[in-house]
Design a protein around this ligand. Structure first.
Ligand code: ASP
Length: 403
């Protein structure tokens, strides 16, 4: 599905909803019709999410087997990716904890999905929360898949992937099989996504009654909070880390990398920027060619600081918009799921939107929230992709120096 359809379909749905609400308030059959379309579309999306996460994670871990066989280079690279992505999510969650201007406006009146079990226990003690998280994590894989228990699905897939990576002989056909199953589910996902324009149209129509000027102002404030936190991570945290660990001054770093960062900004795609990132790392930052060829393609796929930061803030914002109180367990869940969702996002424009759905489902936020995010998503993608690529380039320098 071409992303140029997003905005027209959203606007058409919203306009139709507004026209109907104003001039034909008793045309409830149309409202019923778009509600059926919305429900069918969102249910179909949910149908593929569980198997998609499960199989793609197992096949991802099996692919990483190759990475860890790269010894110290693989270890340094993965440690750096894990550490900086965690820092990015923490920055996002800390910033949104202190700055959340949208709470001055009332939430939407769309009913949230009632949170199940642990996430609904707002006043549970720390012990209960921890044991609840652990119970969710180590749920029986079949029940986790059936209940869309995202934490349980992630844990069982990770553990199964690790066990398979350690058990299977190096010439085993199983990794290919998991890869093929994942590709098959992706085909199914593409079928569902072909209906995205229609789904968005229906969601926008259903949301129209709720989307007011206040909502648009809240959305603008959300965008500013994301931009501020992204700028802090990209202009302060990452350059200082590079300075500390490799000795390159922030000024020199940006001088050497501006072309690659600007390309990432313009294309909103880490994958499309990869050729320039490789060239920049080798020719301008002096990274060993072979190491760059290993670290950067891996980074363009799994290291996405800007994306992780965006997903964390988006989850907290949408939780407010849909009237959901997030307890400590939900925040921990957002942290963990965002970590994996950002690593799984493809380096293409709006690549993170599938992962955002997983984060939303994990804490019971309605998937309709995606329609709100899509209104503001494209301009934000430019900045977060530049930060994603910046993180990869710094990773290549660090891996070069310490391996
Ligand atoms: N556009 C981003 C990238 O390519 C992915 C995303 O956050 O949507 O890095």
């Amino acid at each position: 599905m071409n992303s140029r359809w997003f905005a027209p379909m959203l606007l058409a749905g919203a306009l139709l909803g507004w026209l109907l609400a104003t001039f034909a308030p008793d045309q409830s059959w149309l409202f019923e019709l778009t509600r059926i379309v919305q429900t069918t579309f969102l249910t179909a999306l949910k149908m593929i999410i569980a198997p998609l996460i499960f199989f793609s994670l197992i096949s991802g871990v099996l692919k990483l087997r190759q990475t860890s066989s790269m010894g110290r280079l693989g270890g340094v690279t993965l440690t750096y990716y894990f550490a900086t992505t965690s820092i990015a999510i923490c920055i996002g969650l800390i910033v949104v904890f202190f700055i959340h201007p949208w709470t001055a406006y009332p939430p939407l009146s769309v009913m949230p999905t009632p949170p199940s079990g642990l996430l609904s226990q707002q006043d549970a003690s720390l012990g209960t929360l921890i044991s609840g998280v652990l119970t969710d994590m180590f749920a029986n894989p079949f029940s986790a898949l059936a209940d869309l228990n995202i934490l349980g699905i992630l844990t069982s897939a990770l553990l199964l992937g690790l066990a398979a990576a350690m058990t299977l002989p190096s010439d085993s056909k199983w990794p290919d099989l998991f890869d093929q199953i994942t590709q098959t589910i992706f085909t199914l996902a593409r079928w569902v996504l072909n209906f995205l324009p229609l789904g968005l149209f229906a969601i926008a129509h259903q949301l129209t009654a709720d989307v007011t000027i206040d909502t648009m102002v809240s959305l603008g404030q959300f965008a500013l909070v994301v931009l501020g936190a992204t700028a802090f991570h990209g202009l302060v945290v990452l350059p200082l880390m590079a300075w500390w660990l490799t000795g390159i001054s922030p000024w020199r770093f940006f001088q050497q990398t501006n072309q690659a960062l600007f390309t990432a900004f313009i294309t909103s795609s880490s994958a499309a920027t990869l050729p320039l990132s490789l060239q920049t790392a080798e020719e301008r930052l002096g990274v060993d060619r072979n190491k760059a060829a290993f670290v950067l393609p891996l980074g363009a796929t799994i290291n996405m600081d800007g994306t992780a930061l965006f997903e964390g803030i988006a989850a907290v914002f949408l939780a407010y918009m849909f009237g959901i109180d997030l307890n400590v367990a939900a925040i921990v869940m957002i942290f963990l799921v965002t970590m994996l969702a950002s690593a799984g996002a493809p380096g293409i424009p709006s690549g993170s939107m599938a992962g955002v759905q997983v984060v939303l489902i994990s804490v019971g936020i309605p998937l309709e929230g995606i329609a709100l995010l899509l209104l503001i998503e494209r301009p934000l993608d430019t900045f977060r992709t530049a930060v994603n690529v910046e993180g990869d380039l710094i990773g290549s320098m660090i891996a070069d120096k310490y391996s």
